[in-house]
Design a protein around this ligand. Structure first.
Ligand SMILES: Cc1cc2nc3c(=O)[nH]c(=O)nc-3n(C[C@H](O)[C@H](O)[C@H](O)COP(=O)(O)OP(=O)(O)OC[C@H]3O[C@@H](n4cnc5c(N)ncnc54)[C@H](O)[C@@H]3O)c2cc1C
Length: 373
């Protein structure tokens, strides 16, 4: 039997970044159900670091994560974790007040440029003329999720940690002060500490261990890619988002990608795009921009998993010794992963608290489990 100090269930960005941070002081094994890391949500995202989603707590976690993306630890390869891509949030006349409110909220965290209609169209010439107002963060970052996942894996392995793929956990028991975990293949692992970073499946993993669920809600989001109009300078385009949650688009590998920002409730699964949301993405792209979506080149969907208050959960389960929740990263799990990993290491290893703007209680799973008792 494999007996590390800490077992992590889930080889997405949450599990791998936490495992990398923990491995500096503990022997860590990550168990991932799929053949590849990042196969589910972490490999299907829009890969942006920006402040136009979530609330103050999510923005604080994002801000605290930024230095990591710009200066990753030495064990990461030399591949940059991302590149600068401006973030533009645009509004029509009737959406101006909402833009003002977002401006005030984001300005606490990032330097924003306020744009008039000319500025909006200079930054994003594809928008229709009714995009009259904008706020731009020229310091936005587009992440390379492969480099981020592999970098964390490299750090874990450098410290002597281990990743097991094709290792779907199907049984979890507490025996003599240890969590004994068995995979579908029959391999057994035991450790005093278990980190539940199973993404959309985190409540199901908790149920295997007899731990009360948080009430997580996976929601599907869809992305399509298609050709930009001939002559479009893709390199200079921003990540452009409507002030309401209707549409975002950005350059993607020589084309454009767009999402209708759908949030369709789903069971945990290998999410697939639905034709309605695919058509909606194309429709909204044509509604808000001058682009004609003649042919959809590719499409995919992924799950964004939320806790009931839409803040992530990081902390020990109040009802089970040695069971640590790391779940509910919603639509911001990549951009907050360094901060969440540092918080996990702090709580498990007893290190000093890493982020003064965020209280441990705000992330504690205890805020939900009482409701499900
Ligand atoms: C369309 C879309 C756009 C997004 N855009 C952004 C963005 O721009 N910026 C951003 O920061 N975030 C974005 N996100 C959100 C981000 O992708 C997620 O928050 C993040 O990937 C969640 O990471 P995770 O590790 O918790 O989940 P996952 O990546 O899903 O990892 C969980 C892993 O647990 C494994 N697992 C489950 N059950 C078991 C078991 N029983 N045994 C073993 N392993 C198990 C699964 O196989 C899976 O690999 C987006 C998401 C989507 C879908």
């Amino acid at each position: 039997m494999n007996t590390p100090d800490i077992l992590v269930i889930g080889g997405g960005i949450a599990g791998l970044s936490a495992a990398a941070a923990l491995s500096a002081q503990a022997r860590v094994t990550v168990l991932e159900a799929e053949e590849q890391i990042g196969y589910h949500s972490s490999g299907r995202s829009a890969t942006m670091v920006h402040y136009a989603l979530g609330d103050r707590l999510v923005r604080a976690l994002t801000l605290a994560s930024r230095p990591f993306f710009d200066n990753p630890p030495g064990e990461f390869s030399d591949v940059p974790l991302g590149h600068r891509m401006p973030v533009l949030v645009h509004a029509r006349e009737d959406e101006r007040e909402a833009l003002d409110r977002l401006d005030a909220e984001i300005s606490l965290f990032a330097r924003l440029d306020r744009l008039d209609a000319a500025g909006v169209h200079e930054l994003c010439p594809l928008l229709k003329p009714d995009a009259l107002y904008g706020i731009a963060d020229f310091n936005g970052t587009r992440l390379d999720p492969h480099a981020l996942l592999q970098g964390n894996l490299g750090q874990l392995r450098h410290a002597g940690g281990e990743l097991r793929t094709n290792a779907r956990v199907s049984r979890i028991e507490r025996q003599g002060g240890a969590w004994v975990v068995t995979t579908e293949q029959g391999d057994a692992f035991a450790a005093p500490l278990l980190v539940n970073a199973a993404g959309s499946w985190a409540d199901r993993v908790a149920a295997l261990a007899g731990v009360r669920p948080l009430g997580l809600e996976p929601k599907r989001r869809t992305i399509i890619t298609f050709d930009a109009p001939a002559g479009t300078d893709l390199d200079s385009l921003p990540f452009a988002k409507t002030i309401g949650d209707e549409l975002y688009f950005a350059p993607e590998s020589g084309r454009l990608f767009a999402s209708p920002m759908d949030e369709v409730p789903s069971d945990p699964c290998d999410a697939q795009p639905d034709e309605y949301e695919v058509a909606l993405a194309a429709y909204r792209m044509e509604e808000r921009t001058t682009v004609q979506v003649r042919q959809i080149h590719s499409k995919w969907a992924g799950l964004r998993t939320f806790t009931p208050d839409k803040h992530p959960a990081a902390g020990f389960a109040p009802d089970a010794e040695g069971f640590f929740w790391l779940a509910g990263q919603g639509g911001f799990g990549l951009q907050t992963s360094p901060a969440m990993a540092a918080i996990t290491a702090s709580l498990i290893l007893g290190q000093s608290w890493p982020i003064s703007d965020v209280a441990a209680e705000a992330l504690s799973p205890a805020r939900f489990t009482a409701q499900h008792a």
